[in-house]
Design a protein. Sequence first.
Length: 266
Amino acid sequence: MCGSSLQTRREVGDTLTLADRIKAGEVRTVSRLITLLENEDPGGVAILRLLVSNLHRAAVIGITGYPGAGKSTVIAQLVAAYRRRGMKVGILAVDISSPVTGGALLGDRIRMQEHTLDSEVYIRSMATRGHQGGLAHATSDATLVLEAAGYEVILIETIGVGQNEVDVVDVAHTVVAVVAPGLGDEVQAMKAGLLEVAHIVVVNKGDLAGSDTALRDLRDWYPTVLRTIATTGEGIPELVAAIAEHQRLRDLQGSSARLMRKGTGF
Ligand SMILES: Nc1nc2c(ncn2[C@@H]2O[C@H](COP(=O)(O)OP(=O)(O)O)[C@@H](O)[C@H]2O)c(=O)[nH]1
Ligand SMILES: [Mg+2]
């Protein structure tokens, strides 16, 4: 009896210590907790419960699109832009193709290289052995961990195919769909799917032939369509501004919804 209550006390103590380490932004503990949550570990869930009571408000931005559209390159540019503003940035790469080919992840590492030595940038590829939808769940949990650790911007990279990905999109406040010219059929397919949930559409590879046509075509369908050349950074300030504007409108809507609820006594 006595032994087990001691044990429990020690476990509670561990939980508190780990939670404090996360709040202090200790990167190793952040990684350890995300792994526990990927494995649906009850101890990890207990720590997360402690953390969510006191969250910072991070901007959570989903970057979706087909492989090769330039998501990672756009993200590397966004990271640079947010770092110039002194913000702490977390990146979650939810790339279901990576465990199969390994290639996408390697490519991402190369594109993110300049940021990997920056202690204010956290990069993690997500994996889960859990049930269907587990990836979306683990990503949502990881977002909370990063918020608790003081990350101010969280970028989630996903491939825009499959139900799992659309679930991940639910985690993000602002969803940016990245398309590239020359992927004509895929743009058509995306119109019926992921583009529907996107708040901002980016035609990347604006230096390639066909980008004008893609822009014109998409502007018939979506209010916010931007052109970027992620390899040079062209169009990135406009994308940062569009994301900020979307978050501002969303926050306004959120507070007016709260006011309405107050007004009607709910
Ligand atoms: N020409 C051109 N190539 C680009 C641009 N953005 C990315 N790329 C290239 O497209 C390839 C795929 O980019 P990546 O960011 O890995 O795409 P992801 O699979 O969507 O993450 C890489 O070789 C990039 O260098 C761009 O604006 N113009
Ligand atoms: Mg990528």
